[in-house]
Design a binder for this molecule. Structure first.
Ligand code: 6R9
Length: 658
């Protein structure tokens, strides 16, 4: 389907949503529009009211919002004090103690564990006592490297209870990446498990932690959850302790440490276009409000709903949409340990059927993969409980959208294509299920408090009106935006607030179409999005040049039907060092896996005699991108290149390896 075609295709809000027994919180486009207008015209009034409605404050705030983009000093609910764990656990443990907080769907579908709010409170308190006993205090950073199990949620909330700052590292990252993150945030305690299990395969989490901690005294303590219990892991005396032993001794109550609204809640490392990963910092009040408000309004979560976000807690989607958003609302949230195809390609849908899930949230890459495997895997399951189905992480192509809508949603569910970033904290552009007519592939309209702007990338001029394409920016502060990069506010300013003064710059390209719908076009910087995982070209290039025979490396994102983008790496070699190129290529791929993690593995490595460069020596990744994506005939003016003759060689090389 062409973009033009899908731009003209509008799906109204499914009738069943409006006429069903659960009335959507926002049930007309006019209602959305007037609330949105109010939220951007009078953000202080709008969000002060929301903050009091959604959150429990131990000390009231007086100032709703202060600071601006120019100075990079944005702050929300300034005098307010609260605790995130109290908001996500205690108050629900008192009001609805026996309500299920977490459903854990284990890797083996027969392993299901449920924790009520009352149980969750006791576990979080026990862990808070354990951490407190290890001298973890307000403001201390704690690293978490864990599989998708309830203990991960308990660990994160125990940190929040103490006012400590968790830094979760996705358990697919390599030891080197883990080391780099622990080093950067200065955590003295790491929480991990003996092993993880995903899709029937074992992940050696503890072994990777041991490898990351080779530097003596990098941390004081490692707490180890016995999860699979199948191998005996090595425990370093006086450093490593077992979770279950500590917990057995711990008192199941620990008072909350009340923090300022602007105290940090967590750090999460993400790839930028240059240099090392950035520790994106989120604060407490604004982040929690953004999380809770978007879950309620974008997923339309009601009291009896069973809400499922299939992401990993190691990414921002897991933080906001598995843990903080749903738990802050007192909802039931599902924790999924497995993969979409284990043991069969029906796994997602069997999970929906088994737990009678009402909201389901996943990524386009999973939708595309499952669509390809055939409808029979969906058809055999009862999906009639679903009302809202969501997509996140990358642009969803209209074909995948239509399949999701028709096959999974039976044309009776709202599809919410939710656009946001680690840095935005919560969803910033998305339809509302009971209000927004959708277009397949468009994230549609801004959420409350978000004033989007499309800018001319060259001049920074705002492109007003409809039918415009440029880079996407946001014009005024919103509560859940990241406040800084840990220990590097300069970089925060340079990356987000300086490129277009007065705006927050997203790094994405976007179109506002003739009807005002927003279409996200993908990154305009050197970030590659593989299956919704953000990777930076420079990080991969740094990994490649670790090989002693590589002189230079240039990495770009190519198009891939399944993963959205995939990694293509071009390398030049130092003279006379390599005889077997194939072996070298295999070694380079392994090098990237080892340096960053298996998900960063290049799809193709090309060993070439030279890279396309400007006369001043800058690598022209744009040229490589066109060559890989079969657009070498659209290179435009190549006269500024140092050696335009190189192009044909590169084209031949790429053809040869396909
Ligand atoms: C939440 C998350 C952020 C980048 C973002 C953009 C892409 C996310 C999208 C989308 C089109 C959507 N992205 N959602 N692109 N449509 N619905 O994914 O955070 O890992 O930080 O990635 O992902 O390019 O800039 P993060």
């Amino acid at each position: 389907m062409s973009a033009e075609h899908s731009e003209n295709k509008i799906y109204p809000v499914p009738e069943r949503l409006l006429s069903g027994p659960t009335k959507p919180f926002i049930d007309s486009f006019e209602q959305y529009q007037s609330l949105w207008q109010e939220s951007v015209d009078n953000p202080s009034t709008f969000f002060a009211k929301a903050a009091r409605e959604y959150l429990h404050w131990d000390t009231n705030f007086q100032t709703t919002c202060a600071g601006d983009f120019e100075n990079g000093n944005v702050a929300w609910f300034l005098e307010g004090e609260l605790n995130a764990a109290y908001n996500c656990v205690d108050r629900h443990a008192f009001a609805t103690p026996d309500k299920v907080a977490i459903i854990h769907e284990g890797d083996d579908p027969n392993n299901v564990r449920k924790l009520t709010y009352k149980q969750l409170l006791q576990e979080v308190c026990r862990m808070a006592n354990v951490l407190h006993g290890l001298d973890v205090r307000k403001g201390d950073n704690v690293a978490i490297y864990m599989p998708m199990i309830p203990e991960t949620v308990i660990a994160m909330l125990a940190c929040a209870r103490l006012g400590a700052v968790h830094s979760v590292v996705f358990a697919g990252f390599s030891a080197e990446s883990l080391y780099e993150r622990i080093q950067d945030c200065g955590a003295r305690v790491v929480i991990t498990s003996d092993e993880g299990r995903r899709g029937g395969k074992t992940v050696a989490t503890k072994r990777i932690v041991d490898e990351a901690l080779q530097l003596p005294n990098l941390v004081d303590r490692v707490i180890v959850v016995k999860h699979t219990g199948t191998t005996s892991v090595s425990m370093t005396p006086s450093r490593d302790i077992w979770w279950h032993q500590e917990m057995a001794n711990a008192r199941p109550y620990h008072p909350v440490t009340v923090v300022s609204s602007e105290d940090p809640l967590f750090l999460l490392y993400t790839s930028g276009s240059t240099g090392t990963p950035k520790g994106v910092l989120h604060t407490t009040g604004g982040f929690l409000l953004g999380a809770a408000m978007t879950v309620k309004n974008i997923f339309d979560v009601h009291d009896d709903d069973i809400y499922a976000c299939m992401a990993d807690l190691g990414w921002i989607t897991g933080h906001t949409y598995i843990l903080y958003g749903p738990l802050c609302l007192g909802a039931t949230t599902l924790l999924f340990e497995s993969t979409p195809t284990y043991p069969t390609a029906s796994r997602f849908w069997e999970t929906v059927d088994k737990h009678k899930i009402t909201q389901f949230y996943t990524a386009p890459t999973a939708i595309r993969a499952l669509r390809r495997l055939g409808d029979e895997y969906v058809d055999r399951c009862n999906l009639s409980t679903l009302r809202v189905i969501g997509s996140v992480g990358e642009p969803i192509n209209p074909e995948a959208w239509e399949w999701y809508y028709k096959k999974v949603g039976h044309s009776q569910c709202a599809v919410v294509d939710t656009y946001w970033q680690t840095e935005t904290g919560s969803i910033v552009v998305s339809p509302l299920p009971g209000a927004t007519p959708t277009k397949p592939g468009s994230a549609t309209f801004p959420f409350f408090g978000i004033r989007p702007a499309i800018l001319d990338p060259a001049t920074g001029q705002e492109l007003e009106g409809n039918d415009v394409t440029g880079v996407l920016a946001i014009k005024q502060p919103w509560p859940s935006m990241s406040r800084t990069i840990y220990n590097n506010h300069h970089r925060f300013m340079e990356t987000y607030l300086k490129p277009y003064p007065g705006f927050y710059f997203t790094g994405d390209g976007a179109t506002r179409d003739k009807d005002g719908y927003i279409w996200i076009r993908g990154r305009v910087d050197d970030v590659i999005n593989v299956s919704g995982h953000r990777l930076s070209t420079s990080e991969i290039e740094s990994a490649l040049i670790l090989d002693s025979s590589v002189a230079e490396a240039a990495v770009i994102g190519g198009h891939d039907d399944l993963t959205g983008q995939c990694i293509h790496a071009f390398c030049t070699l130092k003279p006379n060092m390599v005889s077997d190129t194939e072996k070298l290529i295999e070694g380079l791929i392994q090098q990237v896996r080892k340096s960053i993690g298996p998900f960063a593995k290049p799809k193709q490595v090309y060993v070439v005699s030279d890279l396309p460069k400007t006369r001043s020596g800058k690598i022209l990744r744009r040229v490589l991108r066109k060559i890989v994506n079969n657009e070498a005939d659209q290179l435009g003016d190549t006269s500024t290149m140092a050696d335009p003759g190189i192009i044909q060689q590169l084209v031949d090389k790429v053809k040869q390896r396909h």
